[in-house]
Design a protein around this ligand. Sequence first.
Ligand SMILES: O=C(O)C[C@@H](Cc1ccccc1)C(=O)SCC(=O)c1ccccc1
Ligand SMILES: [Zn+2]
Length: 156
Amino acid sequence: ALTLPIATTGEPILTRVAKPVTEFNQQLVQLTQQMLSTLLAAKGVGIAAPQVHSNMAVFIMASHPNERYPDAPKMDPIVVINPSIIEQSSQQVIGEEGCLSIPNTRINIARADQITVKYQTRYGQWQQQTLRGFVARIFLHEYDHLQGITLLEREQ
Ligand SMILES: O=C(O)C[C@@H](Cc1ccccc1)C(=O)SCC(=O)c1ccccc1
Ligand SMILES: [Zn+2]
C-alpha cells in the first residue's frame, strides 16, 4: 500500500464534515491500508481520512511512546469508523498536540481525560469502549478532524 499526500491548512477538505461509511467493501479496506502506510511514514499517532483528501468518517489511532508522551501506551493501530462520543468526563487535562496537517506546530489543548465512545471496525462490527489519557486525546483529535475542526480552531 502506498502513502497518500497529506492535506495541509487552507485545504477545504480539512474544514468539511465527513460522511458516514455505509459500504464496508474492498475500497474501504484499501483506504485504511493507505492511511496506515501514510501514518507510519509520517511517524504520527493518528490520522483521519480528510487528511488524505477522503471525506469518509474514518480514522486510525496508533499510540506509541514519543518524546512528548514517553509513557504513552504502545498499541496496535485501531481503525475507527462512524465514531460517536457517548460520554466525556468533565475533568479535562491540558496536553501538547501536533497535527500532520499543520507542520512544525505544537499547541496546548484541554481535552476530557476519559471518554466513552462507539464506532464500527473495518468489518462493520460495533464497538463501545472507554478511553483514557493519551489514547482519549488521540481519539478526540481525530474525531475533531471528522467534524472539520483542527488545532487552530481549538487554540484559546
Ligand atoms: O494530525 C493528526 O491527526 C496526527 C497527530 C495526532 C495527535 C498528536 C498529538 C496528540 C493527539 C493527536 C500526530 O500524530 S502529530 C505527531 C506526533 O506523533 C505527536 C506530536 C505531538 C505530541 C505527541 C505526538
Ligand atoms: Zn491533526
